[in-house]
Write a protein that binds this ligand. Structure first.
Ligand code: DQA
Length: 145
């Protein structure tokens, strides 16, 4: 089973970026944790990070041909990108939306997600642990429904 993990803008700065909100785990360390957990589940990971909206649109359009599901943290594009929402509608793939921070404890502009209603579910506020929980849940859903 192949699952993509998509990380949007500024997530490349994890570990140094507002650590009181996003934690001290770097993106590289998070990738290692996810790959290790995936190995125990028999899952192959396609790890993606991009700061560019159009590049993320291209990636989402091509996802379903390569992967059975995705874990998605679009960063600020979560709240702004109709284009990425349209890409998920045009090329549907089962996905779980993840946010390191609890969106609902933050500014009102972060309370709305343009993609959450397309997701199987959303995990918000559990830090890096949210990615591992999403992986476990998604692998289970893809295997057993
Ligand atoms: C984020 C929350 C977004 O509002 C923010 O723009 C991010 C990260 C999170 O993981 O908590 O870049 O998606």
């Amino acid at each position: 089973m192949r699952i993509a993990v998509i990380n949007g803008p500024n997530l490349n700065l994890l570990g140094q970026r507002e650590p009181s909100i996003y934690g001290v785990t770097t993106l590289a360390a998070l990738e290692t944790q996810v790959r290790e957990s995936a190995a125990t589940l028999g899952v192959t990971i396609e790890w993606i990070q991009s700061n560019h909206e159009g590049e993320l649109v291209d990636l989402v359009q091509g996802l379903a041909s390569r992967c059975e599901g995705a874990i998605v943290n679009l960063g600020a594009y979560t709240h702004t990108s109709l284009a990425i929402r349209d890409a998920f509608l045009a090329a549907p793939i089962p996905f779980i939306e993840v946010h390191l921070s609890n969106l609902y404890r933050r500014e009102a502009a972060r309370h709305h997600s343009l993609t959450a209603d397309l997701a199987i579910g959303m995990i918000s506020g559990l830090g890096a642990r949210g990615y591992l929980l999403a992986l476990d849940a998604l692998a289970g859903v893809l295997r057993d429904g």
